[in-house]
Design a protein around this ligand. Structure first.
Ligand SMILES: C[S@@+](CC[C@H](N)C(=O)[O-])C[C@H]1O[C@@H](n2cnc3c(N)ncnc32)[C@H](O)[C@@H]1O
Length: 200
């Protein structure tokens, strides 16, 4: 079992967990990395699948969660994964959407959800100008305060990383186009969240 650790991504796990629908049966974590979030989801869902295209990350995730009977891990590229339509109650994706084509990935997540199902994305984006830069700068004191408070459990898994190529405004506009009614929030620690419920 992986001991829980803190970083800018795990900091927003509560936002993801808070978006899970009640009575969640099937949940999917896209780009599950070492499986820490899958572990947390498994406390609230009947079954959770973690998908990641890195065989090394999936191996770690399986090893860390072998004590759980309601989780499965798949090595696959999410964009070519044969996700049955309307099969999920919840789909989430943390720090991974910018590794994929934004519209294709969000569309696949949306189509995989049952009516009434929930979607939660925590992601990264780029600054586009002075206003964005100033807003990002306000994250520095918060980063230091959180890091100090969590210094005993600060951790960064050795997972594949990529730089985001969309700006905060582009992410927001494209997300609202694909998921009308979604809630987009830009958070202090250089992440956004996108929460959506599929209409019944
Ligand atoms: C920055 S890590 C984030 C991992 C984890 N969600 C977390 O928050 O710690 C991005 C993960 O997405 C995975 N990934 C990138 N592109 C993917 C794709 N097309 N399909 C499945 N997984 C992908 C990478 O292998 C990596 O483990």
């Amino acid at each position: 079992m992986t001991a829980p650790y803190w970083n800018h991504n795990t900091h927003y796990h509560p936002v993801v967990l808070g978006a899970m629908p009640r009575g969640c049966r099937e949940a999917l974590d896209v780009g599950c990395g070492d499986g820490l979030l899958v572990r947390r989801l498994a406390l609230r869902a009947a079954h959770v699948t973690g998908i990641d295209r890195s065989p090394e990350m999936v191996e770690q995730a399986r090893a860390a969660n072998r004590d759980l009977g309601n989780v499965d891990f798949v090595v696959a590229d999410f964009l070519s994964y044969d996700l049955p339509p309307e099969s999920l109650d919840f789909v989430c994706c943390v720090a991974t959407l910018h590794h994929m084509d934004f519209a294709d990935a969000l569309t696949a997540m949306r189509d995989g959800l049952r009516p009434g199902g929930g979607l939660a994305v925590v992601g990264l984006a780029n600054n586009a100008g002075l206003r964005d830069l100033m807003r990002s700068a306000t994250g520095l004191p918060a980063h230091h305060a959180h890091r100090l408070r969590n210094r005993a459990i600060a951790g960064q898994p050795a997972h594949p990383v990529a730089n985001p190529d969309m700006t905060w405004a582009e992410v927001r506009a494209e997300a609202l186009r694909l998921l009308p009614g979604a809630r987009f929030r830009r958070h202090t620690l250089w992440r956004y969240s996108l929460i959506w419920r599929k209409p019944r």
